[in-house]
Design a protein around this ligand. Structure first.
Ligand code: ZN
Length: 174
């Protein structure tokens, strides 16, 4: 069935992509290798270009995510359930985009490795989550904030310089 569709190689345009089924090895940023057995994909016999169909890519993503201990969509859903949160409330509490949890729960986006560790820690320690949700640092840090702002007030005797503009950009990004 795969052979019925003939796709010209988008890279070299000199041959038709051939359907293959092979073990595919992915090397992660930390050097870990993840082998996805018998992955179905297409390869150009002329230049070696590969094209991985969506279904195979999802399977490969899931295996890589598991190997790197990234959260699966079900685990994200379990996080929300355990902390009795809806997606929007959770996103606001953690300073994430409104649709982030939706993308994670429906598998449209993969939860990064570090974010997975973070969410698991919050699930295991609901008090930490509430601390973040209530911006608990406002209760402990005002003195630190004022010390910091005064220490920044160095005597300014410099003449006008162009870099003033970049300061403006920085503060507007907050
Ligand atoms: Zn090619």
């Amino acid at each position: 069935m795969n052979d019925s569709r003939s796709i010209t190689c988008p890279a070299c345009e000199a041959a038709i992509m051939k359907a293959v089924r092979e073990d595919m090895t992915y090397t992660l940023s930390d050097g870990t290798k993840v082998v996805v057995p018998k992955l179905a994909f297409h390869r150009c016999p002329a230049c070696g270009e590969t094209s991985i169909p969506a279904e195979s890519a999802r399977r490969a993503d899931a295996m890589v995510a598991k190997a790197t201990e990234q959260m699966a969509p079900e685990e994200v859903a379990a996080f929300l359930k355990a902390l009795k949160l809806d997606q929007k409330t959770a996103a606001q509490a953690l300073g994430l985009g409104e649709k982030t949890f939706h993308a994670w729960v429906c598998g449209k986006q993969t939860v990064s490795r570090s974010m997975s560790f973070y969410l698991r820690a919050l699930k295991a320690n609901p008090d930490f989550f509430r601390f973040i949700q209530n911006r608990g640092w406002h209760e402990v840090l005002p003195s630190v904030a004022s010390v910091r702002s005064t220490s920044r007030k160095k005597p300014v005797t410099r003449k006008r310089k162009a870099p003033h503009k970049s300061n403006l950009n920085l503060s507007s990004r907050r």
